[in-house]
Design a protein around this ligand. Structure first.
Ligand SMILES: Cc1cc2nc3c(=O)[nH]c(=O)nc-3n(C[C@H](O)[C@H](O)[C@H](O)COP(=O)(O)O)c2cc1C
Length: 166
């Protein structure tokens, strides 16, 4: 059902794609994976390759999966899945089987990375960089507004190895 396209063929506006539409960050295996909603991130170019960035706080269960695995996926959905994305952004996989609750069907990319059949766009990413953001390099207003609990995000950069669309 999905077709593979070149990243340069992507037509969507990335600001609304990530910021308004939201995405699921998913990592693990077909048998055991976890997913969470994110609305912060980016798409661009680094080290001579198309890349996506995302930011994950230390307490997220998904972080354990993304840290363990070489690959992760970013998936984007139609508006009819907004409720599911809200659930994946408010419940932890530690407590709830979110994939089952949402009715998602797990598929795997060539590299084995899990994604959901119900998505309309999939970015398959190979993790190339991970680093906790250092509060010493953040402005005071950002620390006050976003990190009252000092739970600084880890930044991940993934090389986009496959773009799948319907
Ligand atoms: C719209 C939206 C955007 C979010 N963006 C992020 C994000 O960029 N980074 C992050 O760490 N958490 C983000 N969250 C929170 C996680 O999705 C949420 O804590 C989730 O329950 C974590 O699930 P997990 O523990 O199964 O990984 C967002 C939540 C929502 C609803």
């Amino acid at each position: 059902m999905f077709k593979r396209i070149d990243p340069k063929q992507l037509q969507e506006n990335v600001f609304s794609l990530i910021g308004d539409k939201w995405m699921l960050i998913t990592a693990g295996t077909k048998e055991q994976c976890n997913t969470m909603t994110a609305s912060w991130g980016g798409v661009g170019v680094i080290w001579g390759a198309p890349a996506a960035t995302c930011y994950i706080r230390p307490q997220r269960y998904t972080k354990e999966f993304i840290d363990r695995e070489e690959y992760f996926t970013l998936t984007f959905f139609g508006e009819e899945w907004r409720k599911a994305l809200s659930l994946c952004g408010s419940k932890s996989g530690r407590d709830v089987d979110k994939i089952k609750e949402c009715g998602f069907t797990v598929q795997t990319a060539e590299c084995g990375a899990p994604y959901f059949e119900q998505a309309e766009l999939v970015l398959v990413c190979r993790k190339r960089f991970a680093q906790p953001m250092d509060p010493a390099n953040m402005p005071e207003d950002v620390k006050e507004k976003w990190y009252p609990q000092k739970d600084y995000h880890t930044m991940y950069i993934g090389e986009i190895v496959e773009v799948l669309t319907k």
